[in-house]
Design a protein around this ligand. Structure first.
Ligand SMILES: C[S@@+](CC[C@H](N)C(=O)[O-])C[C@H]1O[C@@H](n2cnc3c(N)ncnc32)[C@H](O)[C@@H]1O
Length: 406
């Protein structure tokens, strides 16, 4: 039996949806505005065979729609229900990861307005929830959403207040949602990546203290025997190389072809680095794992102009990934040499799009866009499916009867 009916807002390429399917839910609707994300979602969640998982996806295509209620032409929750043939009250869980750019440090310096969050998409997300008031809400965002503002208000506080005060018409007790917003590290739930994110779970009718996160399953140094060791880059990538499913030594600019028994993998393609980049990678490897290790060496000439004179900032840029740790946070630029610690642990190339997807806990056959920028964007934007699965596996939200909405 399905654990519950989910609608995924800001669905991207489907990382969160896949986690729900892996945990046994029925994903009955999904909406995003971006064509490449929608196409990737469709190929992997609507058109592919998901029989190996306990859950399912019940529609042929996610919906293209603008969820920003402050802009004209946006879609309402009623419209979403109609598009996916859902009855009012049928949805058990609304999942949503409104994009996080607005919580960046840049916006943090501007004054905080009274009573209003500045973030239109967070605000729109709350209004979409208000139109359905499902049994549970799943929320994911950057860690910065919990940042203190003038010592008191935070975006997360605003979200909590809205959810706690959101009551159903047929609830004389006006209980509202119990809310737990927690900053978690995806590595602590078995994802091969150190990714700090704010995850929110809201359950209608519960008190805040009743809304609990499942215990972490992994730790850097597990002591009590109850947890496993963090999953490392080596655990994931070496396994693929050793099984012969992925080639480690790709030629620059080439994709993987010709492995016996496995289809060619267009997503396992290396960026075409120029010779100066390759020489810089080699130089960094000779002295350590970051451009900073070049300081004071005979290879100092490889330090980029923009880093000369820098002290502690941007240490991860041009960095080499460590086999023995989970990957660093993969961003929407996670195959770019200059954007972080994204150089392969042994090869003089950055990680491929396939390697990035594996480090995000996507299955090995997850199809990615052909365009480099789109491939790394959908991967870097995703919520790791393994994280979602671990967190929602034990939420008990399915109702026997659809709830009537006036
Ligand atoms: C953080 S990503 C979501 C990732 C997704 N949950 C996953 O796990 O793969 C945010 C998504 O919001 C979408 N988005 C941004 N603005 C939007 C809007 N106005 N309406 C609908 N979707 C929007 C982006 O295209 C992006 O795919």
């Amino acid at each position: 039996m399905s654990r519950g009916v989910v609608v995924d807002l800001f669905c991207g390429a489907g990382g969160a949806s896949l986690g729900f399917v892996q945990a046994g839910y029925t994903v009955a609707g999904a909406v995003d505005i971006n064509d490449e994300a929608l196409e990737t979602y469709k190929r992997n969640l609507c058109d592919a065979d998901l029989d190996e998982y306990p859950g399912e996806v019940t529609f042929d295509s996610p919906l293209k729609g603008n969820l920003n209620a402050n802009k004209g032409g946006h879609v309402t929750f009623e419209y979403i229900r109609n598009e996916f043939g859902l009855e009012p009250g049928e949805v058990d869980v609304i999942a949503g990861c409104p994009p996080c750019q607005n919580f960046s440090k840049l916006r943090d310096t501007t004054p905080w307005p009274e009573d209003e969050p500045k973030d239109e998409l967070l605000q729109s997300y709350v209004e979409l929830i208000r139109a359905e008031k499902p049994g549970a809400v799943f929320f994911e965002n950057v860690q910065g959403i919990t940042n203190k503002r003038d010592g008191e208000t935070t975006y997360s506080q605003w979200f909590k207040d809205q959810m706690r005060g959101m009551t159903r018409d047929d609830d004389p007790e006006e209980k509202g949602y119990g809310v737990n917003l927690k900053v978690v590290n995806a590595a602590d739930y078995g994802v091969p990546q150190r990714r700090m994110r704010t995850i929110g779970i809201c359950i209608y009718g519960a008190s805040d203290s009743e809304v609990e996160f499942p215990p972490e399953t992994h730790a850097r140094e597990p002591e009590d025997g109850l947890k496993e060791r963090w999953v490392t880059v080596k655990d994931v990538l070496k396994e693929e190389y050793e099984r012969g499913r992925l080639k480690q030594d790709l030629d620059l600019g080439q994709k993987q072809v010709g492995i016996d028994g496995y289809p060619d993998d267009p997503a396992h393609r290396s960026r075409r680095h120029n010779s100066n980049t390759v020489e810089t990678m080699k130089a960094i490897r000779r002295h350590g794992d970051s451009w900073k290790d070049l300081r004071g060496t005979e290879d100092e000439e490889f330090i980029r102009e923009c880093h000369r004179g820098f002290d502690t900032q941007a240490g991860a840029a041009y960095g080499i990934m460590d086999w023995e740790s989970p990957a660093p946070t993969l961003t929407t630029r996670c195959t770019n040499f200059s954007s972080g610690r994204y150089t392969h642990p042994e090869e003089n190339r950055t990680i491929t799009f396939r390697e990035a997807a594996l480090l995000m806990s996507f299955p090995a056959d997850f199809k990615l866009p052909d365009k480099n920028s789109a491939a790394e964007r959908v991967v870097g934007n995703a919520v790791p499916p393994q994280l979602v699965k671990s967190i929602v596996e034990d939420l008990n939200v399915a109702r026997k009867e659809p709830r009537k909405i006036a």
